[in-house]
Design a protein around this ligand. Structure first.
Ligand SMILES: N=C(N)NCCCC[C@H](N)C(=O)O
Ligand SMILES: O=C(O)CCC(=O)C(=O)O
Ligand SMILES: [Fe+2]
Length: 358
């Protein structure tokens, strides 16, 4: 973040969405205004809210409600989709399992990644190979039905198992739907950001992010407990970090303010929930592409409320194996020298994932 911003701007992106694939989009006054606001927000804060994004409120809410229901399940149930290295780091991680700068985070989560098939990216992709830990497409269907049947065979647990199955299945349907909706939304916003950087709208298509990798984290942050009797505990839900890829879309619980964003002088500026919006922020790969014109801003999460908070974060990334380096146009606009060497997104992700889990 290049400035001492005090709040995070809200941008109505509907004019951009109306014209995002129009060859003359750059000449449209409505698009121009959105692009101007995106540019300003990206330069000043690296964070902005979007409204007018076209994703129905009912879905935004339902996703969080399913997340709440999952985290309310008994621990043993959640462990059925436990994240391990063998699952390509996909699945459930308990509170304190994710580590940021050496400190365990006070959150639990389900991590999902775009599928990486065996050998797809050679050695580079090996650690991320695996499927998400719920039925991600028909090939898993048999396995799922088997599990369903075995769950239903327990007589005492019959009703409960059915609920659990329904929950998993709802998770599956919703997330599939959300992936499709969100990847398209992110792509459309990236077309606006490409214009904001002075490039063509297609700057992030093709070899850069035409086959965008994605990450989805369904995160739960326990509320502050007043009676644990063990003195002060670590209350940092997620320690200060930057995101890894291009653009993050955060769907956070209403009413609880917990996400904080660091400005230039080191103050933490809150990003309170604004119902119906997504909080967007810039990742490390976009910082490189923009040659530092835009920064991936540090942020952290502290849930000081007594209530449990959920957040569903969707990370829109570059192609997994693409070499990222400053765009020529950005290099020119920042004095002509490259401020960053090239980075491969997949390498960056793997190194983060391996340190996140010790
Ligand atoms: N895919 C993303 N961006 N995940 C963000 C997780 C941030 C916390 C993590 N322990 C870290 O230190 O990065
Ligand atoms: O919980 C939030 O609001 C943000 C989470 C976050 O920053 C992340 O998972 O990268
Ligand atoms: Fe983040």
């Amino acid at each position: 973040m290049a400035t001492d911003f005090k709040f995070i701007p809200v941008i109505d992106i509907s004019p951009l969405l109306a014209k995002y694939d129009d060859p003359k989009m750059a000449d449209d006054p409505g698009v121009y205004e959105v692009v101007r606001q995106l540019d300003q927000a990206c330069r000043e804060a690296g964070f902005f809210y979007v409204k007018g994004h076209g994703i129905p409120d009912s879905i935004i809410k339902e996703v969080k409600s399913v997340a709440h229901k999952f985290f309310e399940l008994p621990y043993e149930e959640k462990l059925k989709i436990k994240m391990t290295a063998a699952t390509g780091f996909r699945g459930y991680q308990r509170i304190g399992e994710n580590i940021t700068k050496g400190v365990p985070d006070m959150h639990e989560a389900i991590d999902c990644y775009k599928e990486v098939k065996e050998g797809m990216y050679g050695e580079l992709g090996k650690p991320m190979e695996g499927r998400n830990q719920w039925p991600s497409n028909p090939p898993n269907y048999t396995e799922l039905m088997e599990e369903y049947i075995s769950l239903c065979t327990g007589i005492l647990l019959q009703d409960y198992s059915f609920l659990l199955f329904t929950l998993y299945f709802m998770c599956f349907l919703l997330t599939t739907y959300i992936f499709l909706l969100l990847s398209d939304l992110s792509r459309k916003i990236m077309r606006g950001i490409a214009l904001a950087l002075g490039g063509s709208p297609d700057e992030f298509e093709g070899d850069r992010a035409g086959d965008a990798f994605w990450v989805m984290r369904i995160i739960g942050y326990p509320g502050v407990s007043t009676s644990n009797g063990h003195g002060p505990r670590n209350d940092i839900g997620c320690g200060a970090h930057t995101d890894y890829g291009l653009l993050t879309l955060v769907n956070q619980d209403d009413e609880i303010t917990a996400l904080q964003v660091r400005n230039l002088s080191g103050e933490w500026i809150s990003a309170p929930p604004i119902p119906g919006t997504f909080v967007c922020n810039i990742g490390d790969m976009l910082k490189i592409y923009s040659n530092g014109l835009y920064d991936s801003t540090l942020h952290q999460v502290i849930n000081k409320a007594p209530r449990y908070r959920v957040c569903v974060a969707y990370f829109y990334e570059t192609n997994f194996d693409t070499a990222v380096e400053p765009l020529e146009i950005c290099k020119q606009r920042t004095g002509g020298a490259k401020k960053f060497g090239r980075a491969v997104y997949g390498e960056h992700l793997v190194s983060k994932v391996l340190t996140n889990f010790g």
